[in-house]
Design a protein around this ligand. Structure first.
Ligand code: ZN
Length: 174
């Protein structure tokens, strides 16, 4: 299998020239978490929470190991971040996640009052930020979340497609 990870070309250059802080560095840490999930035979999604330029939470999907439908990467990372801060209110935090959050995770992000979420690959089957719903922009809710999608989307998506391709192979246990 030949992988090509195109960078974001002119857009990345524009961001660099404008001095805008690229999100790639933190997303790479979330990608490391996604790889750790794949090694544990979990659907490879990773998340980190950054506050004041430091990672305060880092997690990956553990739904199978914990036999817990809520054990998505974002949920575990939010719990870790809240424990770190000693507060359920995650002010000043940015959550990075390799896959567009589902309705459950988007709901938890709203509950935690996370100001900013950066996500990688879109999830056309469950995404609640841009694909199926736009929960972070819903004026009826009492919190809005700034969000940036498509950061390192190719890498984030490849990890998932490789994982599921392997699952459908001859050694599939499903
Ligand atoms: Zn989720």
């Amino acid at each position: 299998m030949d992988f090509e990870f195109p960078d974001d070309g002119d857009d990345g250059l524009r961001r660099m020239l404008s001095g805008e802080q690229p999100h790639d560095r933190w997303m790479r840490l979330a990608l490391d978490e996604a790889r750790a999930a794949a090694e544990e035979d979990e659907v490879p999604v990773g998340a980190v929470v950054v506050a004041a330029g430091r990672v305060i939470a880092s997690a990956h999907n553990q739904r199978e190991q914990l036999a817990d439908p809520t054990a998505h990467a974002e949920m575990i990372a939010l719990t870790q971040a809240a424990a770190h801060l000693g507060s359920w209110r995650l002010e000043g935090c940015t959550l990075y996640v390799t896959l567009e959050p589902c309705p459950m995770c988007a709901g938890a992000i709203l509950q935690a009052r996370v100001p900013t979420v950066v996500w990688g690959a879109a999830d056309p089957k469950a995404g609640a930020v841009a694909s199926l719903y736009r929960l972070f922009e819903d004026a009826r809710l009492n919190h809005r979340v700034e969000h940036v999608g498509g950061v390192l989307a190719e890498q984030c998506g490849h990890i998932l497609t490789d994982f599921f391709r392997g699952k459908r192979g001859p050694s599939s246990r499903e």
